[in-house]
Design a protein around this ligand. Structure first.
Ligand code: SF4
Length: 413
């Protein structure tokens, strides 16, 4: 029997079959928004350990590889939903998180809130860019694993005003207990990251949530000082691949317009100015050789950032939809390494309250893979100490408050 983190990894790699007779009433629907990584079925796996109560996961169900998965979702009137591994007839109880009522509400501009933002685990994800500019080139320069250009404007609103974002954040906070909103948008072209400032300011002043921003890196790093001044809590940089050949092949826009070096330089600049553990570097595992992924994890943690490692999902509609998913054994090794690297650098992972991420195996999830030695217990004690010490800081940050100096921001939609 796999532990909850191992099951999470195997489901990311193999997907889940959902027979049509399995009842899904009340569960979160499949929503193909943002880059498309959240286009599966949201599940919460009981972890049954002192390390975590549950592990959240967005299980691939639409992709062709998922149709051949040994895992099947079943429903038993006595036990509820189960994931059954048909290779061994092992049964895992799972919970299907409920779809929030506010998905059906509209903003004051009459836009359904589910077209503004969606829950991806317990946090709110909002794509604030019109669409990543890489999709506007001919031929397109989009990252080959991404489907943003097909989702924004179709499954989600293309034009998200600050008021839409504020109202949706407020609903997610008040009715789903969300504490964190993640704003992303890919490559913003000449607008720069300044276009995110009015959103960050409005959320901080009118709602009071923790805010993360993920946009293509700026060449003028002082722009990050402005976001930090506004109280942004988290910045992430999507490097995707370490191997220059893979980076250029899969991310032609990033290669041509930005260059790989800029991602690491921006990450390092921000990590020096923000609290330890507030910056992350994102990479995709399962495409380039595992050794390069491991090397990328070392580089990211050496920069003072924590690694967010996505298990490659050949998402339906992407240029890579026919590529095979990675194998479980490799991904388990990678995730175990993620936890070890965070431990070696004393990164305070999992310190913020109520942030469960369903799209990736978090370093926090990967604690379930670690060897139980004195270093492990020392690090876990440190993590608990930091979590308790940081509680009042996060509490203050989650109250609406005036932020930063009056910045001159570019107008937004
Ligand atoms: S930068 Fe790449 S991954 Fe991000 S939205 Fe644009 S195409 Fe998608």
């Amino acid at each position: 029997m796999l532990n909850a983190c191992e099951l999470e990894i195997d489901l990311f790699c193999k997907g889940l079959r959902v027979p049509p007779d399995v009842p899904l009433e009340g569960a979160r629907g499949i929503s193909r928004t943002r880059a498309g990584l959240g286009s599966g079925l949201e599940l919460a796996l009981p972890a049954k350990t002192w390390l975590k109560d549950e592990i959240w996961l967005n299980a691939p169900v639409d992709e062709p590889f998922a149709h051949a998965s040994p895992y099947e979702l079943r429903h038993d009137p006595a036990f509820g939903h189960l994931v059954v591994d048909e290779r061994s007839d092992t049964r895992y109880r799972v919970r299907l998180p409920a779809e929030p009522d506010w998905y059906r509400w509209t903003t004051s501009r009459e836009i359904p809130m589910s077209r503004i933002g969606v829950l991806q685990g317990t946090y709110l994800g909002i794509y604030i860019n019109m669409v990543c500019t890489f999709w506007n080139y001919s031929p397109p320069l989009n990252c080959r694993f991404c489907t943003t250009g097909k989702n924004v404007g179709a499954a989600e609103a293309r034009d998200k005003a600050v008021s839409d974002v504020v109202e949706t954040c407020r609903a997610a906070r008040d009715y789903s207990g969300a504490t964190f909103v993640h704003l992303n948008g890919g490559f913003q072209g000449s607008r720069g990251i300044a276009f995110a400032e009015p959103y960050v300011r409005a959320i901080k002043e009118q709602v009071g949530m923790l805010v993360g921003v993920q946009l293509a890196p700026e060449k003028d790093f002082s722009k990050y000082d402005r976001l930090i001044d506004l109280g942004v809590d988290h910045l992430s940089f999507c490097v995707e691949f370490l191997d220059p050949g893979w980076f250029a092949r899969i991310c032609p826009g990033k290669q041509r317009m930005l260059g790989q070096r800029l991602f690491f330089d921006a990450m390092e600049y921000c990590a020096k100015r923000m609290p330890h553990g507030a910056v992350s570097g994102e990479i995709i595992a399962g495409v380039e050789p595992v050794e390069r992924t491991i090397e990328a994890i070392d580089i990211i943690t050496a920069h003072g950032a924590f690694p967010t490692v996505c298990i490659f999902r050949p998402t339906v509609g992407s240029d890579m939809e026919s590529w095979p998913p990675p194998c479980y054994e490799d991904m388990r090794d990678v995730m175990q390494y993620v936890y070890d690297a965070c431990r070696r650098h004393w990164l305070p992972i999992g310190a913020a309250p109520n942030i469960e991420v369903s799209l990736v195996v978090t370093p926090d999830d990967a604690a379930l893979l670690a060897d139980r030695d004195p270093k492990f217990y020392g690090y876990e004690a440190y993590r608990r100490f930091v979590r308790a010490a940081a509680r009042p800081v996060f509490k203050r940050s989650m109250k609406p408050h005036r932020v930063g100096t009056q910045l001159v921001a570019q107008p937004v939609c």
